[in-house]
Design a protein around this ligand. Sequence first.
Ligand SMILES: [Zn+2]
Length: 114
Amino acid sequence: MAEITRQMLRDYLHDALPDAELAAVEKALRESAKLRAIYKEVVEQEDRGEHTVGAIWRRERVSCLSRDQLGSYLLGAGDSELLDYVEFHLKTIGCPYCQANLDDLKKAAKPAKK
Ligand SMILES: [Zn+2]
């Protein structure tokens, strides 16, 4: 049987596992006291909010975007992988620093009104 990872336990907690994996996790939890202890930790961590995307981002230091990258995003230029990452960084993580940078670029891109 595949190893039950913490990520799988978190998904199990959030009811986000495909049925096959759900059954495997439930079975493993019934059979393994060690896994139940890990599951308990996962639940406690979730309760403390340590696994929100923002928390992971702060811990892992997902890199911020350069003005060039943000500029490409505004124009819809650049490779799709980059655009997806920018989208993720801004919308999912909600990085306030890059959002401010983007707003600034948007302002600069607009023709000045008179
Ligand atoms: Zn950022």
